[in-house]
Design a protein around this ligand. Structure first.
Ligand code: MTE
Length: 313
């Protein structure tokens, strides 16, 4: 991936969303039951309903200040809209309703979910998590979503299931990046069935208490916070449960730089740059990178006994 450094708009600390503002927003959201009841009609009109009331999961304390919302929503990697960071305006043209997510392959109950039905079915919560891009920038933001494991419990993977393949939408009318035909579209990412069952694997449908904006992967994405960000596919339309390890977007382009596992490790450099530190977007402060992005207590055991694999590239 090319690193484009942004200059000239570093946020002052005063721009960081304070916690009480977030909590007030949640209190406002708890009055949204009427809107939810009207969801089917809203979907037809293309409008995105407010998130249902939900609480913050205290198990995931970030230990860092939140990134300012403006920074996290205007500095994005989403190659379908272009290979630079300022794609938010173009991405706003992507309709988020109606939207369906198909879950198929080696499952007992294959289903195609309307996104609002899925949100109603899933246990929705907020998690404040660090996201570490392979390009060595990082952010800390409040995501709203549900555990990937809850979705798997619904569709019930068969005993032969080993991997999940995550497919991003391809909407040529609004995604100019798709014209870059040398990329292996659609964007595909993957994890193992054990990773999918881990409590840290999350499916965000919201950010900062609002429905997930298109540029951050709305209306639904996946998030593996202990892995480099490219593993966390955006704007998903399909999850296929399968026996073979899926080919991935970046792994197909450059396997020596973007491997299947891509777990964060400050001691294992990317072939072209060090991963020892990371730059916090918004403040540009440089801080040490943490092993497993700081989530080792939840995920390190997943990799015990995995032999002969490059776990950290
Ligand atoms: N998903 C799709 N479909 N296309 C992309 O280009 N970029 C990835 C990941 N998911 C990408 C994607 C990368 S490199 C990162 S770092 C994160 O999204 C960035 O997520 P954010 O914009 O919400 O910070």
């Amino acid at each position: 991936m090319v690193i484009h450094r942004r200059r000239g708009w570093n946020s002052p600390a005063s721009a960081i969303t304070p916690q009480d503002a977030l909590l007030n927003r949640r209190a406002l959201m708890s009055g949204s039951a009427g809107l939810l009841a009207a969801a089917p009609a809203l979907a037809q009109s293309g409008a995105v309903p407010a998130l249902p009331p939900h609480a913050r999961n205290p198990a995931f304390e970030p230990g860092r200040a939140l990134t300012a919302e403006r920074e996290a929503t205007t500095y994005n990697n989403f190659y379908e809209f272009g290979s630079h960071k300022t794609i938010a305006r173009d991405a706003a043209r992507m309709p988020r309703r109606p939207w369906t997510l198909k879950v198929d392959g080696l499952v007992e109950n294959p289903r195609e979910f309307d996104i609002d039905d899925l949100i109603r079915l899933m246990p929705i919560e907020e998690r404040v998590l660090r996201l570490r891009c392979v390009e060595a920038w990082a952010m800390t933001v409040p995501w709203t979503g549900f555990p990937l494991a809850a979705l798997m419990n619904l569709v019930k993977p068969l005993g032969s299931a080993k991997y999940l393949a995550f497919q991003t939408a391809q909407l040529p009318a609004v995604m100019p990046g798709l014209r870059q035909s040398w990329y292996p579209w659609p964007h595909m990412e993957a994890c193992t069935i054990a990773e999918a069952g881990n409590a840290m694997s999350f499916m965000p449908v919201g950010l900062y208490g609002q429905p997930l904006p298109p540029q951050n992967g709305g209306p639904v994405r996946v998030l593996f916070p202990w892995k480099y960000g490219f593993k966390s596919g955006k704007s998903l339309v399909r999850i296929t449960v399968q026996e073979q390890r899926p080919a991935t977007f970046w792994g197909t382009i450059q396997p020596s730089e973007y491997g299947f596992w891509a777990n964060v490790n400050p001691q294992v450099a990317h072939p072209r740059w060090s991963q020892a530190t990371e730059r916090l977007i918004g403040t540009n402060e440089r801080v040490p990178t943490q092993m497993w992005n700081g989530y080792g207590e939840f995920v390190a055991s997943l990799y015990e006994g995995v032999q002969g694999e490059r776990l950290f590239v």
